[in-house]
Design a protein around this ligand. Structure first.
Ligand SMILES: *[C@@H]1O[C@H](CO)[C@@H](O)[C@H](O)[C@H]1NC(C)=O
Ligand SMILES: *[C@@H]1O[C@H](CO)[C@@H](O)[C@H](O)[C@H]1NC(C)=O
Length: 189
């Protein structure tokens, strides 16, 4: 501190420095709202051996998965509306999540028909709504700033993979994944 003061910085300059440091925090707070409603991080928790990925907005679930040892790291993949805020946001759809222990696969869809067929004939268990996102990007029924949440599936090991990065579609299809379309439109992390 003494060195800084003797280099000629005034108290006012120090005050400005302190204000600059607090700016990123303010930006993060603003970014966590979209079209008038609060958003929450959508985490992806990545396993090593299981090839599974958990998609969740529940930070406690992230912690539990990492503590269990099979899951190695987490990342904020996107931002979505929480399952308590979402029902109030016009034109959004629930992101349903399913799990199959035999396939060690988490599966996310906005289609209730797909939830039913996965449970009835494909060995999945329904786990609930992880959040809400948009069905399209139109000015009337979407929200500016959303990005496509792409879905892929690898049939030989029966795992789903979701990404916002369209370049990964190419990378993943060369590794045996099939591109299955856009699940919803979400906010980039
Ligand atoms: C909403 O999410 C919480 C975890 O964040 C979960 O416990 C609850 O079951 C979810 N509700 C629905 C309807 O899926
Ligand atoms: C998108 O994916 C490509 C291919 O895997 C990768 O090279 C690139 O860094 C990714 N971009 C971002 C923004 O993560």
């Amino acid at each position: 501190m003494k060195a800084i003061l003797s280099s000629g910085l005034t108290a006012a300059a120090l005050f400005l420095q302190a204000r600059c440091i607090s700016v990123p925090v303010a930006l993060e707070t603003r970014a966590a709202e979209a079209c008038g409603f609060a958003t929450v991080p959508l985490y992806v928790v990545v396993s090593g051996s299981l090839t599974d990925r958990i998609y969740t907005t529940d930070a406690t679930e992230v912690e539990r998965a990492l503590e269990g040892g099979a899951y190695l790291h987490e990342n904020v993949l996107a931002n979505v509306y929480s399952n308590s805020t979402g029902p109030r946001v016009p034109n959004t759809l629930p992101l349903y999540r399913l799990w199959s222990a035999s396939k060690t696969d988490h599966f996310v869809t906005t289609s209730w028909d797909e939830v039913e067929s996965a449970v009835d004939s494909n060995g999945y268990e329904y786990q609930g709504v992880i959040g809400y996102a948009y069905a399209d990007t139109s000015a009337e029924t979407g929200c500016a700033g959303t990005k496509a949440f792409y879905r892929m599936f690898r049939p030989d090991i029966e795992v789903h993979y979701y990404t916002l990065n369209s370049s990964e579609i190419q990378t993943a299809t060369s590794k045996g994944y099939m591109y299955e379309g856009i699940t919803a439109y979400v906010f980039p992390a």
